[in-house]
Design a binder for this molecule. Structure first.
Ligand code: SAM
Length: 246
């Protein structure tokens, strides 16, 4: 997968060189390009913002640098990339969207600052490619770079070959499959005793059926306690008769 990020703070994206994403890049599974938006300005001060039409506080990012940057990066490429625009007013980012984006061969992210990007930029590119306006949550950050880090990491770990164990994201919270809509339950490792705290007996039993049942019960209990909204939205057909007995 290729990923381009256009930002006025390229250094903010340096975490894309470390850990899972950094390793995926080093192994050639992910091709990441971070661009400085100011390279597409033409004045001495490299201006990227101006006052908002209609008045009001804050500044708005000018359309010209974004247009020049995106035209140059995207060019006439076929198929074109999916353009991901981080904004608190977008669709909420979730695992389903991460899965959807992970199927695209090319993503271009446009993290903004100030009060956001002149609307005409989004409308212009929406007329020729798939544009997704995406929010990482119901709060307002100072810029879109942290949301890009969140989205790239969530997408990258779904790419084939990125995780060591191909199955390790299948049991995650929100993953598709038998645990869909459920949060993952607690996990344990060695030693078997730590500060007088042991391991639930069932996990030491070696009985795969009982372990699977226990994990599902834990996931149901945790989801009911922390995210009752997910339980309320749960498709009744996805529950088995033992779930209903809980
Ligand atoms: N005035 C905007 C509003 O109320 O929707 C907020 C602009 S915010 C200060 C500046 C930029 O940070 C946004 O354009 C976006 O790129 C990014 N941003 C802030 N919060 C975000 C969120 N929850 N999800 C995604 N991007 C966000």
């Amino acid at each position: 997968m290729r990923i381009d990020v256009v930002t006025i703070f390229p250094e903010y994206l340096e975490p894309l060189n470390v850990s899972l994403v950094g390793k995926a890049r080093a192994r050639g599974l992910l091709d990441v390009h971070v661009h400085d938006l100011r390279n597409w300005t033409h004045d001495r001060h490299h201006t990227v913002d101006d006052t908002p039409y209609g008045g009001g506080p804050g500044m708005v990012m000018k359309p010209e640098p974004w247009g020049e940057a995106l035209d140059e990066i995207i060019g006439a490429a076929e198929p074109p990339p999916v353009l991901v625009v981080p904004t608190p007013s977008g669709r909420r980012f979730d695992q389903k969207l991460a899965v959807e984006l992970s199927a695209a061969p090319w993503l271009v992210f446009t993290p903004a600052r100030y009060e956001g990007i002149d609307r005409r930029v989004i409308d212009e590119y929406a007329s020729r490619l798939d544009v997704r306006e995406v929010s990482v949550g119901d709060y307002v950050l100072a810029g879109g770079e942290a949301p890009v880090l969140v989205m790239v990491e969530a997408v990258a770990r779904l790419l084939p070959g990125v995780l060591g164990n191909a199955e390790s994201h299948q049991d995650d919270s929100f993953a598709a499959g038998p645990m869909a809509q459920l949060l993952e339950g607690p996990v344990y490792t060695k030693p078997p005793e730590w500060r007088d705290r042991g391991i639930p007996d069932v996990l030491l039993s070696g009985h795969h059926g009982r372990i699977a049942r226990w994990r599902r019960d834990q996931a149901l209990a945790r989801t009911a306690a922390n995210r009752p909204d997910l339980i309320a939205r749960c498709d009744p057909a996805s529950l088995d008769k033992h779930d209903r007995a809980e």
